[in-house]
Design a protein around this ligand. Structure first.
Ligand code: CP
Length: 303
């Protein structure tokens, strides 16, 4: 694997190797060793054509903890605004002797396109409604940390499956590891072909929560939403929002996840997001170790 473009291109052994490598880096971080010299000769460009807090910061932290040289590029402050193309932009950055590109882009397949046209290792940090591979890796890594194993676990992904790169990458990753996966959300926000991914659909949130060990609550993506998909945010919250009363009505304690950013009071209430059942901030913490592992493994191919 020369790039990380999507979970679709990985196999179970790739995921196991990434997790074992991330275990090592997490142990290093927990020993308060802030920096290792591993990527001292590598320069990485983080190029973001879409907003980000967690992904951008944790990639940058991961790169700095591996001693890579880092340059950051935000499209909003760049010559992209003057009409420069994606390939020209990246080739100009690469001519400054950059080895790897971490890219977030609003167009599905942007990373795949780029990998065919430029000479650098490409890491997909989210491409439209397509894939967000490092998010799925850190999500599965967090389930493994909490429950010991991902295989055999029942995981429900709740919300806007249609527009979610987090959902698609999670489905690929969870299925590769042998988890049972359901999706739950409004019918208009569930892709018609979902069954072909080995996933079942449950439109009753309480039934889905009663079935699962883990519920991954997706953000309602207003920026990708059309009014025709769902009548109102209030109705969404009533049918598909998780709150403490609903969780307390179950006969077991489930693990609550969310990729962030949270719409508090829409898909999840604050008392759930901030509760002991929630591993949301552990997901964010694990994002650094997972991204260190991905960068380390890819860099070992170009060193
Ligand atoms: N989960 C996630 O991708 O968050 P950001 O958009 O803040 O990077």
């Amino acid at each position: 694997v020369d790039h990380l473009l999507g979970i679709k291109y990985l196999n179970k052994k790739d995921i196991e190797l990434i997790f074992e490598t991330a275990d090592h880096f997490k142990e290093v971080i927990n020993r308060s060793i802030k920096k290792v010299p591993t990527l001292r000769d590598i320069t990485i460009a983080n190029i973001f054509f879409e907003n980000s807090t967690r992904t951008r910061l944790s990639f940058e932290l991961a790169e700095k903890r591996l001693s890579a040289d880092v340059v950051n590029f935000s499209a909003g402050q760049s010559s992209v605004k003057k009409g420069e193309t994606l390939i020209d932009t990246v080739n100009n950055i690469l001519s400054m002797k950059v080895d790897m590109v971490v890219m977030r882009h609003p167009n599905p397949g942007a990373g795949i396109f780029l990998s065919k046209h430029v000479k650098a290792a490409i890491v997909n940090a989210g491409d439209g409604a397509h894939e967000h591979p490092t998010q799925a890796l850190l999500d599965s890594f967090s389930i493994r940390e909490k429950l010991g194993d991902v295989g055999g676990k029942n995981v429900v992904i709740v919300g806007d499956i249609l527009h979610s790169r987090v959902a698609l990458s999670n489905i690929f990753a969870l299925k590769l590891q042998g988890a049972n996966v359901k999706v739950c959300g409004p019918k208009t926000l569930i892709p018609k072909h979902i069954g072909s991914l080995g996933v079942t659909v449950e439109t009753d949130l309480k039934k889905a929560l009663q079935w699962c060990d883990v519920a991954n609550m997706l953000r309602v993506q207003n920026e990708r939403m059309d009014i025709s998909y769902f009548p109102s945010t209030r109705e969404y919250t009533q049918q598909f929002g998780v709150n403490k009363e609903l969780l307390d009505s179950l006969d077991k304690q489930i693990v609550i996840m969310h990729p962030g950013p949270i719409n508090r009071g829409v898909e999840i209430t604050s008392d759930v997001a901030d509760s002991d059942q929630s591993i949301i901030l552990h997901q964010v913490e694990n994002g650094v170790a997972i991204r260190m592992a991905v960068l380390y493994l890819l860099a070992s191919k170009i060193k």
